[in-house]
Design a protein. Structure first.
Length: 293
């Protein structure tokens, strides 16, 4: 089944080469209720992040209708306003709606306390909304840290050195989210912080699913939501672009680990990412959501 997106969004042409996508007008003629998925995109490079997330959602056999959400209290400078106005909504546009699933992305703002983030109050309202108006939400990287902090009071803690590269993880316990994954699951990480492990361990409402020697607890769940402290959605060149960006800024940055071979990125996490997203859509969204939202 297809991913339903506007036919003039940049991702449409890209995804049409490798996935089944359908324009909104054609989808309206089909007697099928697609899953409604809200993507709260907090990344500054929104178009790039759209392409990454939509390409993974398009791998599912389920029909998925996407709504893109951007914050109103803070508008970055890395995405054209014309794109935001054409393809994004604000929270006030959807706060009376319901969704089957939602994804909250990361953001490169780990150096700030949560309350210092310009759109924190708005994000809190969005997370409150998702908790009651969405069947399941997947929180990614900083988004996962924000969700764990808001819902469970788990603090983020600074790392001595940036966790940067592709890292292996093992299963801590069995869960439908992990069905079909290999014993070693590779996930990209690009972060300066982790979460407080003792606070996580003492919280009985949370279950760690995947853990890495270097990355710690990286995939966590509660009754309905998934918190992933990495970036399974990253494309082949994303870490390389971040590495070059930091070098150009004169920042101290180590080469991303387990990623380059003779200077060329090796895509080693894509199959795991596809399985994680497909399992989330199937087991946490499709099989749990009501037919009538």
């Amino acid at each position: 089944m297809p991913l339903i997106i506007p036919d003039d969004i940049p991702a449409f042409e890209i995804l049409a080469k490798s996935a089944f996508v359908m324009a909104n007008k054609r989808a309206q003629t089909q007697d099928i209720r697609p899953l409604r998925v809200l993507v709260c995109n907090l990344m500054p490079t929104k178009i790039e992040t759209e392409n990454q997330i939509l390409s993974l959602l398009a791998n599912s056999p389920l029909q998925v209708e996407i709504t893109l959400l951007a914050t109103k209290s803070y508008v970055g400078k890395n995405t054209p306003l014309s794109h935001l106005r054409r393809f994004y909504v604000n929270f006030e546009d959807v706060q009376k709606q319901r969704f089957d699933g939602a994804i909250v992305t990361g953001a490169p703002i780990e150096h700030l306390k949560f309350e210092e983030v310009k759109y924190w109050k708005e994000l809190v309202s969005i997370m409150q909304f998702l908790d009651t108006n969405c069947t399941s939400t997947m929180y990614l990287c900083w988004g996962a840290m924000a969700g764990l902090y808001y819902f469970y009071g788990i603090n983020k803690t600074p790392l001595k050195q940036k966790l940067f590269g592709i890292f292996p993880h093992t299963k801590v316990c069995e869960d439908a989210l992990l069905n079909g994954l290999d014993e070693l699951v590779k996930i990209p990480h690009s972060r300066h912080c982790h979460i407080n492990q003792s606070q996580l361990s003492n919280n009985k409402a949370l279950t760690t699913l995947l853990k890495g020697r270097s990355s710690g607890a990286s995939v966590i769940k509660d009754k309905k939501n998934i918190f992933i402290l990495g970036h399974p959605e990253y494309a082949r060149d994303t870490l390389l672009n971040e590495y070059q960006r930091d070098l150009d800024k004169g920042l101290a940055i180590a080469t991303p680990k387990n990623y380059l071979k003779n200077g060329t990125p090796i895509l080693s996490w894509r199959s795991s990412a596809s399985v994680l997203f497909a399992n989330w859509l199937n087991f946490y969204v499709y099989q749990s959501t009501p037919y009538k939202l």
